[in-house]
Design a protein around this ligand. Structure first.
Ligand SMILES: [Zn+2]
Length: 272
């Protein structure tokens, strides 16, 4: 039913910022003095927490606002990354794990959902459902670094609303009850820890028409690109550079992408 918890290891080698090596093997930090500067258990966690972007040929809900070409490369190509770049992801995972371990209602916590949206087989993972006086609410943790606090607006990001709204659709398909409200719990390590943003969930059609991060593609287009790859209809090299048009205050998704070198080399003949 879930299909969303499978873990694979697309990372095949590391860059090491300690010995300045462009490519070292996965045991590097556990077996060399570079492990004195980069904790080997942290590196093991980076590898263990990777997820299959297309479990059982399904498209993850999180793909709605991410680059399908990047996700496809991360499945099919050997990828070399700096493990230090995963600190935010691991800190968020650690926070999720702690909160889930102490959920006051475990039955409403960590719920795997799957179903069909716009003809696409999709799956996702709901952090938490809340029984609220307004009905069923989808709650999602967003761990944020303290620097980003000053950019926080008083409304949730539309990309995050799309995510929870698509979860609601999958949940309704499986359970017959439709969550109507969403809340993103933005969490910071400094005080105050929480900035919860409540909102009405969007209809599926509004989600599909949204253009994430002001890019040129709609969620519908992005999901179909991901689905075509997931079912083997196209190769990653056939997919457009969707992330290049994501607007992140002067930068694009490519500036943060672990698949950048492979992507650019194929697109332009050189890794820049
Ligand atoms: Zn090293």
């Amino acid at each position: 039913m879930s299909g969303c918890t499978e873990v694979v290891l697309p990372i095949t080698s590391f860059k090491c910022s300690v010995c300045h090596s462009a490519k070292v093997d996965l045991t590097h930090f556990a077996t060399t003095n570079c492990g004195l500067a980069v904790h080997p258990d942290y590196v093991a966690a980076v590898l263990a927490e990777q997820q299959d972007n297309f479990p059982d040929g399904k498209v993850r809900v999180s793909a709605a606002s991410s680059c399908p070409r990047s996700a496809a490369i991360m499945r099919d190509e050997p990828v070399t990354v700096d493990p230090l770049a995963f600190n935010a992801m691991l800190t968020g995972t650690g926070w999720h794990t702690l909160m889930a371990a102490h959920a006051t209602d475990p039955a409403l916590c960590e719920i795997e959902v799957s179903g069909i949206i716009d003809g696409i087989s999709m799956c996702g993972h709901i952090d938490r459902l809340l029984r609220h006086e307004s009905g069923l609410v989808i709650a999602d943790w967003k761990h944020a670094n303290d620097f980003s606090r000053k950019y926080l607006k008083d409304v949730a990001k539309p990309e995050h609303i799309v995510q929870t709204s698509l979860y609601a659709e999958l949940y309704a398909q499986q359970h017959g009850e439709r969550p109507t409200r969403g809340v993103n719990w933005y969490h910071f390590t400094s005080s105050p820890p929480f900035a919860p943003m409540w909102y009405d969930l969007w209809p599926v059609a509004k989600c599909l028409d949204h253009k994430p991060y002001e890019c040129e593609f709609t969620v519908r287009q992005i999901l179909h690109q991901a689905a075509d790859f997931a079912v083997g209809k196209v190769k990653w090299t056939d997919l457009p550079l969707v992330g290049a048009s994501f607007q992140f205050s002067g930068k694009s998704a490519c500036d943060y992408c672990a698949a950048f070198d492979a992507c650019q080399t194929q697109a332009t003949g050189a890794p820049f």
